[in-house]
Design a protein around this ligand. Sequence first.
Ligand code: AQP
Length: 333
Amino acid sequence: MTKRVFSGIQPSGIPTLGNYFGALRSWKAMQDEYDCVYSVVDLHALTQRFDPDVLRSRTRYLYALLLAAGIDAKKSAVFVQSHVPQHCELTWILNCYTMFGELSRMTQFKDKSQKQPENINAGLFDYPVLMAADILLYDSDAVPVGQDQKQHVEIARDIAERFNSVYGGIFIIPQPMIPKIGGKVLSLLDPSRKMDKSDPLPGAYLSLADSPDEIMKKCKRAVTDSGAEVRFDPVGKPGVSNLIGIYALCTGKTTQDVEKEFEGKGYGVFKPAVGEAVNAVLDPIRRDVDVYLSDGSQLDALMREGALRAKAVAEKTLTRVRRAVGLAESAHV
Ligand code: AQP
């Protein structure tokens, strides 16, 4: 049987090159081999504060961007998370099988609590359980994610195993799938941190919606390290190594090829070449996203169709879960 994968992306900002190489590029590649379910996870984005109109329009933009990045809505089920209410119901049930202590250990919760100390809401704490529901609802065998989300897939496995140990084989136990390269693209201004789409400093990330000029400027201003040698050394030269990684991802070259190509040339030649390589990847995506956004009714139809496909699978899983835990069946007829 064809294996199923699930993955999601939050409309918490315009996706970055990190989101592209850590997630979207592999999402596209998997469509021929797997039964794919992809979601714009807008409920997750509520853990941060956004202007409601901005969140709504970003959700549409992100849906269009997935199509522009090569996700085929005929092959894969592509939907907006809040259009499938089963995610919330399963989250509540799974909350009752998740321990306070294990959620307290989540690195992302600690990081985000530091970033938004004025808004450490219960949703931020419970984020991994909603993500477990996202994954388990679709009987997912694998979850393609960047390195930062590995811990969340692991807790989803723990929750599923705990649930199965009480009620039998209700859930498939999912595996994280981290790309061998591109699983962690770093901030251009602080290479000790990952590139984040909600970073308050726009110079820290390369957004998929940045103009070619903006991309070029950000690459030229990216922090590098002392010396001028283009050498891959993530510990001693984290800034330039991150740029080498980005250039390698964009061109399909190895980091050794990149070192050879820029031997003796210095940062002044290397940084604009990185900008050009990024623009070559982004040009077709920028063009196609505008095409998808210009036809609002087609976008609505695709979203509706995606949600119906997702709901059909989600409801089957949830029926199994309701029966297993002892919820009264008549409430759901
Ligand atoms: N810098 C990154 N390098 C590689 N992969 C990354 N991902 C995120 N940042 C990088 C992967 O992108 C997918 C979608 O991410 P998300 O929207 O679920 O949220 P996130 O992981 O919290 O990513 P961001 O961009 O940092 O969002 P904000 O700023 O809102 O927190 C995931 O598979 C993720 O691993």
